[in-house]
Design a protein around this ligand. Structure first.
Ligand SMILES: [Zn+2]
Length: 611
């Protein structure tokens, strides 16, 4: 099989990746051909060796079985299997939940472990915690643990459950824009409409996303489905060779309401959900592939492991706070196919104005706690675009009243100083979103940093250091919760590596090394840290100036800790240490610290026992 450019490049560079990393993610967009890549890696670098492939869904397992089975001796693990692994085959395929005992036996024998849809790896979840631990403790020294995914970021803000605890690097194999240029993917063309009567602002998002139970009835009551219909009726006539669409809904009530409306347009349509029996689902999806069913309305099943290259319209009725979900669902429509030149993305869920186009999404091995909160502002992306220095455009919201009584509400980009019309309805009546919306100012982090660095250096020079060097015990013992975080920040600033980092995972390794040191220090001295909402950076300013929250003893001792760094390190090193120390303080604040801690990288009981 002839490899694609990106696959060949990756294979060519693979030996040097193997030399550098033990657990890493290969990132490539949906539809890029990750399964073929995995098969090629096995053929080229691991012929006849023992390989364990883990994935999360049966559908994927079957795809992998087909792809790998063509050239390798493959066995799919069945529930209740008890035979020892790798008896008369080289590749063992399994979901991570099946027959954990057998997986425990297989891991020390494996030369390579591949995890598909690796963003689902939960480093603190029951099965993966066990798998990773087993691999670290008993895996062959030269064995590798490779994750495959298009979106290497956890949807959860849980700090014990981030991908960087499972993998130490992301290898960026290809991005959407490159693959569009190579003809492997087609460009997405966005058609966003803002739905005025769908108010998401009051919904409780403490779970990390809009809860379906609140979201679904609000959608049905709003004009969201009306907007989807207007746009779909227009777009389906414009796509070539014929319209084949995938619709994403949050639940069955929205899906059923949508289905009825799609059918009323005279379009053949069907619903698939997680409850659709697998055989029926396969049948429906096969009819969708041929276009016999034009519109596939789905709930929660098409985001992964489904692939219909002929799909050329995506309709999004699922407002979310998950960048991963947005990226995955749109990715489903981008596979190239004969006579397909683009994929229209009709977005009535405000996901486009929240996250931006999927080809611009960026991923982080570490997703911060409550990082999803910024997506509460459903114009987040547009607000971000506002701050671009080279900005020569505005985002407009079309206010034209349509014959149906709806406002057009199409969101489009208009060059500044150019008089242009709404591409959806041709009207000139539109509001400038930049001017209309109040975008929150970024908190004044820069000025706080400057204040802290300048002021603490000056105070350190004035202080009697021999006095303060002896005050550590007192400062910690009397500290209030917020003062403890301040002291932890200062300790981290003093101790964390000043080295530059070349990747996000290097950065986090430094942060976690410093965090672990502080945890040891605290646990040894029986100092507890209670969980807090986060690390409020204004604490630093308070310690330097007001002393409302950080009293003199703690402030002065903290300054004493930071002083040497401020006087001996270069300004670049100071900047690096500062930004890492902020993350350490944030983590300690959010996770707390006690003798009962059992984090993937720090077990307090084991530490105390080893003393
Ligand atoms: Zn318009």
């Amino acid at each position: 099989m002839r490899l694609r450019n990106w696959q060949q490049e990756l294979i060519d560079g693979f030996p040097s990746i193997l030399a550098q990393h033990r657990r890493f993610i290969l990132k490539a967009p949906t539809g890029a051909g990750k399964t073929v890549l995995a098969s090629e890696i096995v053929s080229t670098f691991y012929p006849g060796r023992k390989i364990l492939v883990l994935c999360h869904r049966l559908v994927l397992l079957e795809q992998l079985e087909r792809a790998l089975g063509a050239n390798h001796r493959v066995r799919k693990l069945e529930v209740g299997d008890t035979e020892p692994p790798f008896q008369d085959y080289d590749i063992l395929l399994s979901t991570n939940m099946r027959a954990m005992d057998l997986l425990e036996d297989a891991i020390p024998m494996a030369d390579l472990i591949i995890v598909d849809e690796a963003h689902r790896v939960s480093p603190n979840g029951k099965s993966y915690k066990q798998i990773i631990k087993r691999f670290e403790e008993s895996g062959k020294p030269e064995a590798k643990f490779i994750g495959l995914t298009a979106s290497p970021e956890r949807r959860t803000g849980d700090q014990k459950d981030q991908l960087s605890l499972a993998f130490d690097a992301i290898i960026d194999c290809a991005d959407i824009e490159t693959l569009i240029a190579d003809g492997i993917l087609v460009p997405p063309i966005y058609r966003p409409h803002f739905v005025h009567d769908m108010d998401l602002t009051g919904i409780d998002i403490s779970s990390g996303d809009f809860p379906v139970a609140t979201l679904a009835p609000a959608i049905v009551k709003s004009s969201m489905i009306d907007y989807a219909m207007v746009a779909y009726a227009e777009e389906r006539g414009k796509v070539a060779p014929r319209p084949i669409s995938a619709w994403f809904c949050p639940d069955v009530t929205v899906a059923e309401a949508t289905l009825a409306r799609v059918q009323a347009l005279g379009v053949s349509a069907a619903i698939v959900t997680a409850k659709t029996p697998i055989r029926e689902r396969m049948k429906l999806l096969a009819s969708h592939e041929t276009g016999e069913i034009e519109a596939m309305v789905s709930v929660g099943v098409l985001a992964e492991g489904w692939d219909n290259p002929h799909c050329n319209i995506i309709v999004h009725l699922r407002p979310t706070l998950s960048k991963v979900l947005w990226g995955q669902t749109v990715g489903r429509g981008l596979r190239a196919a004969a006579n397909k030149t683009q994929c229209v993305v009709i977005d009535v869920s405000s996901n486009w104005s929240t996250f931006g186009p999927v080809e611009k999404l960026e991923w982080e091995l570490w997703s911060h706690r409550r990082s999803f909160e910024k997506y509460k502002n459903r114009f987040n992306w547009i607000g971000q675009e506002q701050s671009r220095e080279d900005k020569d455009f505005s985002y407009m919201l079309c206010e034209q009243k349509l014959a149906s009584g709806l406002r057009c509400s199409h969101i489009y980009r208009k060059p500044i100083h150019v008089d242009s019309q709404c591409p959806a309805c041709g009207s000139h009546v539109a509001a400038d979103i930049f001017q209309e919306q109040n975008f929150e100012d970024a908190p004044n982090e820069i000025s706080i940093r400057r204040l802290f660095l300048d002021r603490s250096r000056a105070l350190h020079q004035e202080m009697n250091q021999s006095v303060w060097s002896a005050m550590g015990g007192t400062a910690w013992k009397l500290a209030e919760p917020r003062e403890k975080i301040f002291l932890a920040f200062c300790m981290a600033f003093a101790n964390v590596s000043a080295e530059g980092t070349e990747s996000e995972s290097d950065f986090w390794n430094d942060v976690m090394a410093a965090e672990t040191e502080i945890r040891r220090f605290l646990v040894d001295r029986k100092i507890q840290m209670t969980k807090q909402n986060g690390f409020d950076i204004s604490t630093l300013a308070d310690a330097m100036l007001a002393g409302r929250h950080i009293r003199t003893v703690q402030a002065q001792y903290g300054i004493y800790l930071c002083g040497e760094v401020l006087e001996t390190c270069s300004s670049l090193e100071i900047e690096r240490k500062y930004s890492k120390a902020v993350k350490v303080a944030e983590r300690l604040a959010v996770l707390g610290c006690s003798a009962r801690d059992n984090l993937p990288y720090f077990n307090a009981a084991e530490h105390l026992a080893a003393e």
